[in-house]
Write a protein that binds this ligand. Structure first.
Ligand code: NAD
Length: 326
């Protein structure tokens, strides 16, 4: 089976590719486990130390370019992970770019899948940013999404398009609303949520960190390993598992920034925790304030998706994966 990962050079794209290569096979349209022959990673930029494997091909290209996507997809791709996106802070700062990549780009991917004619299985990476104010105390599977930033609007439209292309039989489409993933290694990105990684990562690497939101800020979180396992599961579940509702909110844990720093203190020591200072950034706060942080996800749990146990587990994963000396 051949698989296309858009945004394949990114944080999750690289990890999903590694996870698929490690398991070696995946599920085809008939529900049979078949070997993965090729993974095409499509992205505008190639990562410096990207996945190296004879089954992996990197294609430089824009998701908003019909020719480039059609070529990367070909006529024999059985599965697509659509992960390419302009993240929340950038989509808010550059309206045209967000619309072009997150909305028009996804339409190009969907149209290419439709025209390929083989009804590929397509997983769309949505986000809990589809939920915005006014918010109930707890967001449930029945809460109507009301995004309050362009990124969330683009993700919600993506979910609806996934459902409609699925209904028409053009794809076997499914979408997952991803919690904030932490700890993201490397440099901070333009996501408004990037503090949820940086508040752990920078102090553990000996760097002072100015946190743009107050300690009581709550986030719905999961670790990279957990979200990758859930993405692969979402891709492999039979179509009937999603039924008429093609999007599902993934499980996570609700953590305050103060609790993140407590975990940092327990696992990284007092000196690491002392590197965090709170310096308000009104632009970031204005976005984060509209996000859902407390969710109940019984549907996802019944579908076999899982959450991390604690914030300590999330921090420990980062320390282990990045060989941080504490
Ligand atoms: N990481 C999170 O916390 C999180 C949370 C919710 C949703 N998501 C979603 O999951 C997906 C993957 O997120 P990530 O954390 O790996 O982000 P990322 O920024 O690391 O990866 C996205 C990739 O898309 C690529 N890209 C951007 N514009 C492109 C274009 N025009 N054409 C082709 N590629 C393009 C980028 O170069 C990047 O490598 C995204 O859709 C994101 O919105 C992530």
């Amino acid at each position: 089976m051949n698989i296309l990962i858009t945004g394949g050079g990114g944080f999750l794209g690289q990890r999903v590719a590694r996870a698929l290569l490690a398991q070696g096979d995946t599920v085809n349209a008939k529900g049979e486990r078949v070997p993965i022959r090729r993974i095409t990673l499509m992205d505008i930029s190639e990562p410096a130390n990207g996945v190296k494997d004879p089954r992996v091909h990197f294609v430089r290209g824009e998701v908003s370019n019909h020719g480039a996507v059609a070529e990367a997809l070909g006529l024999d791709t059985g599965g697509v992970f659509h992960l390419a996106a302009v993240v929340s802070g950038q989509a808010e700062a550059d309206f045209e770019l967000g619309m072009r990549v997150n909305l028009d780009g996804y339409r190009v991917v969907l149209e290419s899948c439709r025209k390929a004619g083989n009804r590929p299985r397509l997983l769309f990476a949505s986000s809990i940013a589809v939920f915005g104010t006014p918010l109930p105390e707890v967001v449930t599977d029945a809460t109507t999404p009301t995004p309050q930033a362009s990124y969330g609007v683009q993700k919600l439209i993506g979910e609806w398009l996934t459902a409609d292309y699925n209904r028409k039989g053009f794809i076997d489409g499914r979408a997952v609303r991803i919690p904030t993933v932490s700890v993201r290694p490397g440099k901070a990105n333009a996501a408004a949520s990037s503090f949820a990684s940086a508040v752990i990562r920078e102090p553990l690497n000996g760097v002072e960190y100015k946190c743009p939101v107050p300690p009581e800020t709550l986030m719905w979180m999961c670790s990279p390993a957990r979200v990758v396992a859930n993405l692969v599961r979402a891709f492999e579940l039979p179509s009937e598992a999603f039924g008429d509702l093609r999007a599902v909110s993934l499980p996570g844990i609700v953590v305050s920034v103060a609790e993140m720093v407590d975990s940092l203190r327990r696992l990284g020591g007092e000196a690491a925790a002392a590197r965090v200072r709170y310096v308000k950034d009104e632009r970031i706060q204005a976005i984060v304030r509209t996000w859902a942080a407390r969710l109940e996800t019984p549907r996802a749990l019944a579908m076999g998706f899982t959450a991390d146990a604690t914030m300590d587990e999330i921090v420990a994963q980062y320390i282990r994966d990045e060989n941080i000396r504490v």
